[in-house]
Design a protein around this ligand. Sequence first.
Ligand code: GDP
Ligand code: ZN
Length: 356
Amino acid sequence: MKCKNTKKKALSVLLFIFLVFLQPEMEEGLVIRTTGSWYRVLLADGGQRDCRLRGNYRLRGNKQTNPVAVGDHVFFELQDDGTGVIHDVADRKNYIVRRATKLSKQTHVIASNIDLLCIVATLGLPRTSTGFIDRLLVTAEAYHIPACILFNKVDLYDEELWEIHNEVKAIYTAAGYPVYEISALEGTGLDEVKQLIAGKTVLFSGHSGVGKSALLNALSPGLALKVGDISDWSLKGKHTTTFAEIFPVESGKWKVESDAAAPGNLSSFHFPFYTYLIDTPGIKEFGMVDFNAQELSHFFPEMRALLPKCRFANCTHRHEPGCAVKEALDEGLLSAERYKNYLGILEDIETDYQRP
Ligand code: GDP
Ligand code: ZN
């Protein structure tokens, strides 16, 4: 009897060892670029590998068209030819999406695990509307990404533009968003921006011509991104790829004082003293896919606080009696500009939902 048990034990130990050895050895890394079916993965030692996705990899649900996006932390098996096969993707802290095609409800993940959204805007040319800024801010709120606004081209500001700038700045500061004044061309304010983004994964977004490439180049001169001809953006828009890309920048030189750089706050995959700049060339709109009209006011932080005081739980804050948002607006406690943009986005969402 005893002998039988020992045999059994020995067999299970053998089986265990066998299974452990059967498991392929996994390496891990951060996806920094995607091109078709290949993924460029950055390793912890600074090296890079081209990886493909395991053939039978299952998509999580069928709402998203791409299972792996830049910013993803992946586990892959190294092949003899030096490429890798991705077996698994770590859970995402957050991600942003765009529609896969103009009319579809399917989404495409643009980037994941973002610490900060920097909206690049300008009151110079081509001027950014607050409507554009608010759409990006709403997206950031919906996807739980902290956001700030960088007003670029301040070298072009005259007295009148500074006046407008200060009004706009007051609106966003009141809503809780940090505002920075910068000039990618002259280097104004860039030290502050470096301090802000040190050690973080930062998504830069703004419409074409605003100076996003010039800014990324100024933050990391090695990038040498193509800076558009001013005539490019107005008519055709630039002909660029629509894939997001991550540029790792060694930020050891920058003073890393941000929370994100504190050891306890690093995601398992953050290399200390690295900053990841995410560029989204050619991607004009994102977000605005997954949420409904009822949720929208929750994505305006200054409105969020008022919502419990509205008489109706399903208040749209348009014309309902006992609406705390309208009251705050009448008392000048809420920005009329932000409210106007809220109504504009609300209308867009509603028409969108009526689409076949
Ligand atoms: P992107 O489309 O957002 O990537 O914009 P680009 O970086 O290609 O810049 C568009 C145009 O704006 C180029 O002509 C740049 O030289 C110009 N530009 C960028 N930053 C500044 C700035 O801080 N001041 C001024 N005056 N022009 C700028
Ligand atoms: Zn209301």
